[in-house]
Write a protein that binds this ligand. Structure first.
Ligand code: ATP
Length: 295
């Protein structure tokens, strides 16, 4: 993991406002798009302040829908979203407050980028908060630094690479200094160095108390990084400590996910005569250890 980003400014520093860390949870959530069957009902998940909740599942399983409910861009048909245990009112002002404190970063940066230059795009949210110009400048400079894209500040957004565009939308969310950051497949399309660098940035935020909710198809990433996991397939299949949930190979195969293990581990064990050809691949480092110990 790479070094973290610049320190997150502390709450209430100067005239600026930094949203306090908070837990984000959904309780008994139900949602269906109009005219279609519910995507899920009775779904409960939680990310505590300073925790990473990974949301996994097959295509169409409901991950993005859950993320949009948790950040107020969709309203549940039933159930509540809570910030630090306090239910978010269903009113417009309740949803606006939720959206400000729980920032959603879309999977595709092109769904979220709309300004001509990087600096303009990252400034947009803080300007809408009505901050003074100096406060906006400080936040933008900090967010660009945190994402290591200060050098791109004056570049037109349409000339950036995909990975750079992903960083810009994340910088825009960070500039809001949210209590919770909700990221839809943040590592998709990034090269390995880009993934590690992004994780370094996110780790810095988590260490400062920001709750992170991250949807991903990458079981290895969730296994090594997340505190909790929720596996969805048009309903919640399981949630709990990430290592326990993601060690359940039956659950993972029901959700069409691969067990978390480095590619090649099972075949290396088979070549060494430690794993019978017909036996399933080990799902955890502990299972590998056991196979090696038992010779
Ligand atoms: N705007 C919409 N209108 C109608 N149905 C929708 C809409 N958005 C999503 N759906 C449907 O809701 C279900 C859940 O979709 P969702 O995007 O939440 O899944 P996902 O787990 O994020 O999938 P993926 O891994 O492919 O991104 C799918 O059946 C999808 O077709």
């Amino acid at each position: 993991m790479t070094a973290g980003p610049p320190a997150v400014p502390t709450a209430g520093a100067g005239p600026d406002v930094h949203e306090a860390p908070a837990a984000l949870s959904g309780h008994g959530l139900a949602f269906g798009y109009s005219g279609t069957a519910p995507v899920f009902t009775g779904l409960t998940v939680e990310a505590a302040a300073g925790e990473v909740l990974a949301v996994l599942g097959p295509n169409g399983g409901g991950k993005t829908t859950l993320l949009r409910l948790l950040t107020g861009s969709l309203t549940p048909d039933a159930g509540t979203v809570r910030l630090d245990g306090v239910p978010v009112p269903r009113s417009r002002s309740g949803r606006d407050a939720l959206r400000r404190r729980a920032q959603l970063v879309f999977q595709d940066p092109d769904d979220q980028l709309f300004s001509a230059s990087v600096r303009q795009d990252v400034s947009f949210g803080p300007m809408n908060l009505g901050l003074p110009a100096e406060g906006v400048r400080d936040r933008v400079a900090w967010a660009l630094d945190a994402l290591d894209i200060a050098g791109l500040a004056d570049r037109p957004t349409h000339l950036l690479s995909y990975g750079q565009r992903k960083r810009v939308v994340l910088a825009g969310a960070l500039a809001m200094r949210p209590s919770v950051l909700v990221l839809d497949e943040p590592t998709a399309g990034l090269d390995p160095a880009g993934v590690e660098s992004l994780l370094g940035t996110l780790e810095g935020l988590r260490a400062a108390g920001t709750a992170l909710v991250v949807s991903t198809h990458d079981v290895d990433l969730a296994f090594r990084w997340a505190d909790r996991a929720a596996v969805l397939d048009r309903g919640l299949l399981a949630t709990g400590p990430a290592r326990a949930v993601l060690a359940d190979s039956g659950l993972l195969s029901a959700a069409r996910l691969r067990p978390p293990w480095a590619p090649g581990t099972a075949s290396a064990l088979r070549r060494a005569g430690l794993l019978p050809a017909t036996a399933p691949a080990p799902a955890t480092p502990e299972e590998v250890e056991l196979l090696v110990e038992n010779g």
